[in-house]
Design a binder for this molecule. Structure first.
Ligand code: NAP
Length: 263
C-alpha cells in the first residue's frame, strides 16, 4: 500500500535513537523529508547519515532539549526553514526515571512533567501555525501502555502519561475542524536502550539479571515477546499518513496485547 507520504515534511523529536530514530527512518523510507532532534549533535548526525544511506531522502538535524520551550521555538522555526513548511509533528521525549512514589521529591516530579507532558504542549504550540497551512497535517504523541495500565515501579510515567492522552483527545476535537489529525501511540515493551535501563533497574530491585527480567517481560506479553522499534515505526508512520486520513483522537497500543482492558 502506498501511504502517500512522498514529499511530506516531518519533525520527530527525541530521535537520535530508539523509537524516535526508527520512526524517522520509516518516514524517510516512505519518501518524506525529515528533521530529527535530540540533545546530542553527534548521535543525531550519525543517525541521520545512517537513514540517508538507506533512503536517499533528506534528513536534517537540530539540537534541542524538549524541556526548554525557547529551544523548541527555535527548533520549529529552523525546521520550517529547512523543509519549507511542516506537515507532521511527532512529539517524542526520553522516558522518566524508574521508581516508586517514595523515590521522588517535588523537583523530580516537576522535571518529569516538563519532560513528558509540557514538551508536548510547547512543541504543539510552536508547530500549530505551520500545521494549519498544511493540507495533510497530523500530530502524533508517544506515550506508553502506562497511560492505561500502571507499570510496577514506574510511578512518574503512570501518573503523567494519561494527561498526554487527555491532551491528544482534546486536541483531536479542537483541531479536527481545521483538518489536523491528532493521535497517540502507547508502546508496550519494545527493544531499545530505554528498556535495557528499565530492566537493569528491575534486576537491581529484585536481585535478578537483566536477561531474567527481559524474559519475564516477554512472558507477560500475550504475544510472548518484546516489540521491535520497526513494528512501532510502521504504526507511527501509518497513523500520520493520508492512508489513515479518517483516524483522529485514537490512543493506539502497539504492545503485543499487554493492556488487558476490553476498551
Ligand atoms: P531511548 O531509546 O532511551 O531514546 C530516548 C531518546 O530521547 C533519545 O534519542 C534521546 O536522545 C532523547 N531524549 C531524551 N531526553 C531528551 C530531552 N530532554 N530532549 C530531547 N531529546 C531527549 O527511549 P525509547 O525506548 O525510544 O522511548 C521513547 C519514549 O517512549 C520514552 O518516553 C519512553 O519512556 C517511551 N516508551 C518506551 C517504551 C519501550 O519499550 N521502549 C515503552 C513505553 C514507552 P539524546 O540523548 O541524544 O538527547
Amino acid at each position: 500500500m502506498d501511504l502517500g507520504l512522498r514529499g511530506t515534511r516531518v519533525l520527530v523529536t527525541a530521535a537520535s535513537k530508539g523509537l524516535g530514530a526508527a520512526t524517522a527512518r520509516q518516514f524517510s523510507l516512505e519518501g518524506a523529508s525529515v528533521v530529527i532532534s535530540s540533545r546530542d549533535l553527534e548521535k543525531l548526525q550519525n543517525t541521520a547519515a545512517n537513514i540517508v544511506a538507506e533512503s536517499s531522502n533528506p534528513v536534517f538535524t537540530h539540537v534541542a532539549d524538549v524541556t526548554d520551550p525557547e529551544a523548541i521555538k527555535r527548533l520549529v522555526r529552523n525546521t520550517v526553514e529547512m523543509l519549507g513548511g511542516l506537515d507532521v509533528l511527532v512529539t517524542n521525549a526520553g522516558g522518566p526515571p524508574a521508581g516508586g512514589f517514595d523515590d521522588f521529591d517535588m523537583i523530580a516530579w516537576e522535571q518529569a512533567i516538563r519532560l513528558n507532558f509540557l514538551s508536548n504542549v510547547s512543541l504543539i504550540q510552536a508547530a500549530l501555525p505551520h500545521l494549519r497551512k498544511s493540507q495533510r497535517a497530523a500530530i502524533l504523541t508517544i506515550t506508553s501502555v502506562a497511560a492505561k495500565q500502571p507499570i510496577a515501579n514506574l510511578t512518574l510515567s503512570n501518573a503523567i502519561r494519561p494527561a498526554v492522552i487527555g491532551l491528544t483527545k482534546t486536541l483531536s476535537q479542537e483541531l479536527g475542524p481545521q483538518g489536523i489529525r491528532v493521535n497517540s501511540i502507547l508502546p508496550g515493551t519494545t527493544v531499545t536502550e530505554r528498556i535495557t535501563e528499565l530492566m537493569g533497574a528491575r534486576a537491581q530491585k529484585n536481585g535478578t539479571t537483566i536477561e531474567e527480567e527481559t524474559a519475564k517481560a516477554a512472558q507477560a506479553t500475550p504475544l510472548q515477546r518484546l516489540g521491535t522499534p520497526e513494528e512501532f515505526a510502521n504504526t507511527a508512520v501509518f497513523l500520520c499518513s493520508p492512508a489513515a486520513g479518517f483516524i483522529t483522537g485514537v490512543a493506539l497500543a502497539v504492545d503485543g496485547g499487554t493492556i488487558q482492558a476490553t476498551m
